[in-house]
Design a protein around this ligand. Structure first.
Ligand code: NIG
Ligand code: FE
Length: 402
């Protein structure tokens, strides 16, 4: 082995269909960048490098499957306006909100975007996040969407974090097209899509008040799918539109938010295997109602949890905080939440080689020390909010800084 981590107090492999795959006193070995051995520590093979996991909780490298981490500018004034009673959709319809971040992101150079995004990715990595989905959607033109996607990928390389890119040209209609939105839809399909098809793994759309309609989304997703992109969607966040059902029928990998989803949407998602991504940071900041978690569970929808890290609705960089909020605000169980930031988040990104600790998986692992005085039990990771820094992070079989 190149590296073996021995005596891990509590290892949560997630290598099970619905549990945590817990092993006590286990070791994990890495070779050629991948997990090559998992089992009881006293049987672990020799290695060039060795590390003790005594007192620590081990998990697969965390996966943040919904972020808008590549932005420029500040939404602090809008935060204050919302505290004074202004409404999110109304701010957007009046040319602020997402559109204000679009103005700042268009004005930033690619290098400036890379720098800001790298800093944010490193903050995520220090918490144990090793795979991050990053969306565009603050460019809304061919040049600016491609700039954002390239910046996200480059920041990922510089930070040593796996970045999965999603094209969100359909985030909102940009100011210059507000009077003739069909021209923007045409630009999305005929100009942006060909330009981003090789830069992104997924296409996403925000279907809601102040954003896109279900008919526009259907047209866009048809074209995106034909260009080889996977699909994911911002659905049923502020108002109900039926977007989750549509996306599921089109084979989307995930439908995210879901505060206002109905029974038809849930049934369609369960049938298609579309993962429901819970974004409690946005719920908290917008004071949105909780998605119908029990009904989602009963319908058999798989659930992931993500930060939705963005400057407007979820200035939350810390995936552990999202995990805690998901349990407190949505009553997700500890097992659901911990699977939701690992194996189910990987599933939401169609990544079958991570999110679990098992032989052959990506060599990504995080070791966390329980809060002082607490046992190395999974529940303490969820119970205590915003206090987990990773003690060690392994990415691609190598120890990286935290
Ligand atoms: O996921 N709701 C739409 N998109 C983002 C917010 C982006 C923004 O406000 O800048 C979200 O919440
Ligand atoms: Fe989002």
């Amino acid at each position: 082995m190149d590296l073996v981590i021995r005596d891990i107090e509590t290892l949560l492999t997630m290598d099970s269909d619905d549990g945590l795959g817990r092993l006590d006193g286990a070791a994990v070995g890495f070779r050629d960048g991948r997990v090559a051995w998992v089992g009881p520590s006293d049987k672990a093979p020799d290695a060039a490098d060795n590390l003790s996991g005594k007192g620590l909780i081990g998990l697969p490298g965390l996966v943040d499957c919904h972020t808008h981490a590549a932005w420029a500018g500040s939404r602090a004034p809008e935060f204050e306006a919302r505290l004074a009673g202004a409404e999110y959709s109304a701010i957007l319809e009046a040319g602020g909100g997402i559109l204000s971040t679009v103005r700042a992101t268009r004005a930033a150079s690619e290098a400036e975007l890379v720098d800001a995004t790298r800093t944010r990715l490193l903050a995520m990595r220090s918490r144990g996040v090793t795979t991050v989905e990053v969306k565009s959607g603050y460019g809304l033109s061919v040049a600016d969407e491609t700039k954002q996607l390239k910046a996200a990928a480059q920041a990922g390389e510089q930070a040593g974090v796996h970045v999965v890119t999603t094209w969100l040209g359909a985030h909102t209609v940009p100011a210059e097209h507000r009077a003739h939105r069909e021209a923007y839809l045409k630009q999305l399909i005929e100009e942006q899509l060909p330009a981003v098809a090789s830069l992104a793994s997924f296409a996403d759309a925000y279907v809601d008040r102040g954003a896109f309609t279900i008919a526009e989304c259907e047209q866009l997703f048809g074209a995106a799918k034909a260009s080889g992109l996977g699909l994911r969607i911002h659905a049923e966040q502020v108002t109900y539109t039926g977007a989750a059902a549509l996306a599921a029928r089109l084979g989307a990998s995930s439908a995210d938010h879901l505060e206002h989803i109905d029974a038809e949407g849930m049934a369609a998602m369960a049938a298609a295997g579309t993962v429901g991504v819970m974004l409690p940071g946005a719920m908290l900041y917008l004071r949105d109602p909780a998605p119908p978690i029990e009904a989602l569970r009963e319908a058999g929808v798989r659930l992931a949890v993500a930060t939705d890290y963005n400057p407007g609705t979820s200035p939350v960089v810390d995936l552990w905080t999202a995990a805690t909020l998901a349990s407190v605000m949505l009553r997700m169980t500890v097992t659901e939440v911990l699977r939701g930031i690992t194996v189910e988040a990987a599933r939401a990104l169609d990544l079958s080689d991570r999110g679990r600790v098992a032989v052959g998986m990506a060599g990504d692992l995080v070791l966390v020390r329980p809060p002082v005085g607490e046992p190395a039990e999974p529940s303490v990771l969820v119970q205590h909010m915003a206090c987990h820094r990773a003690e060690h992070v392994v990415i691609g079989g190598e120890l990286v800084g935290t």
